[in-house]
Design a protein around this ligand. Structure first.
Ligand SMILES: C[S@@+](CC[C@H](N)C(=O)[O-])C[C@H]1O[C@@H](n2cnc3c(N)ncnc32)[C@H](O)[C@@H]1O
Length: 277
């Protein structure tokens, strides 16, 4: 397991939502606007941030299936979604949410995407989505995934896939060495084989074009500064931990890199929208 904590997912949620690419969000909204109701499958859902960030783009009646292999995160999703909604009712294993004009049914599915993708995706849905997920996956998984989504003729929308760009303020002499060691760590197996890491957006675009989808991409960088200190500190600590694990930088420069007070961080992400033509 990759072991994402609900505290980390909560810390990043506001930055994730404000960083989404507005043009792609609008294109998704336009594509599904005429449907009376949409069914959505969110893979690697964590605590449900993607639903909270996407529900406004979709028609008023929505039925979501949230998929993750971490039972603890699925439970947190249930709690956080109920707190986010104006009203929430449990119905069997599902949640029925009211949020403004939206009426949202949420089902929770514990499944390992790498072990049984078809069971995780279910038989059919209008939209398959994910947030901050695909850099963990391998190129081979992305190939299988695009094929499985295309077999369902579903629209695909993913946000906040890391694309390899990082910049730190103030500059430190070890910035480039840390970034390249971090990228080596990104390629380590996160449960799907050699991870795509910063190549994930390119693989997603290639594989969906291969499946004869029309693909649009847009930037969705984190541009962190004043007001984001806790998130910047966590990103810095996370990079230092990954680099310590993968090795290649001496302890003294890494300690110096990790100890400086950051005033700004830019982390590049790509959003991808792929639609059957
Ligand atoms: C970076 S978190 C993103 C969570 C959420 N989408 C968000 O934006 O806050 C990646 C998520 O993918 C899930 N995940 C990773 N590998 C998985 C697998 N093989 N099967 C199912 N879920 C997986 C993790 O448990 C975690 O919730």
């Amino acid at each position: 397991m990759t072991g994402f904590s609900s505290a980390w997912l909560k810390l990043r949620e506001a930055a994730d939502h404000r960083s989404r690419n507005a043009g792609l969000a609008e294109a998704l909204s336009g594509r599904l606007a005429l449907r009376e109701k949409v069914s959505v499958t969110d893979i690697g859902c964590g605590t449900g941030s993607n639903l909270r960030g996407t529900a406004d783009l979709l028609p008023d009646k929505q039925s979501w299936t949230l998929v993750d292999y971490d039972a603890g995160l699925l439970e947190s999703a249930r709690v956080e979604l109920a707190a986010w909604a104006d009203a929430a009712h449990a119905a069997g294993g599902e949640l029925r949410l009211e949020k403004g004009h939206k009426r949202i049914t949420v089902a929770f599915r514990q499944a390992d995407l790498s072990a049984d993708l078809d069971a995780a995706l279910g038989e059919t849905c209008d939209l398959v989505t994910a947030a901050a997920f695909f850099d963990l996956a391998s190129e081979a998984f992305i190939r299988r995934f695009a094929k499985a989504v295309a077999e369902r003729r579903a629209v695909f929308y993913t946000v906040l896939t890391y694309n390899g760009i990082s910049r730190w303020q103030p500059h430190h002499p070890a910035d480039n060495a840390v970034t390249s060691a971090f990228h080596r760590h990104q390629l380590t197996d996160k449960g799907f084989g050699v991870a795509a890491g910063p190549m994930a957006p390119i693989h997603l675009s290639d594989q969906f074009q291969f499946a004869e989808y029309s693909v649009q991409e847009g930037d969705s960088p984190w541009e962190l500064g004043r007001g984001d200190q806790a998130l910047m500190d966590e990103v810095q600590a996370g990079h230092a931990a990954a680099v310590t694990e993968i090795g290649g930088i001496d302890a003294a420069p890494l300690h110096s890199w990790a100890s400086r007070q950051l005033s700004g961080v830019y982390i590049g992400h790509t959003d991808t929208l792929a639609m059957p033509v």
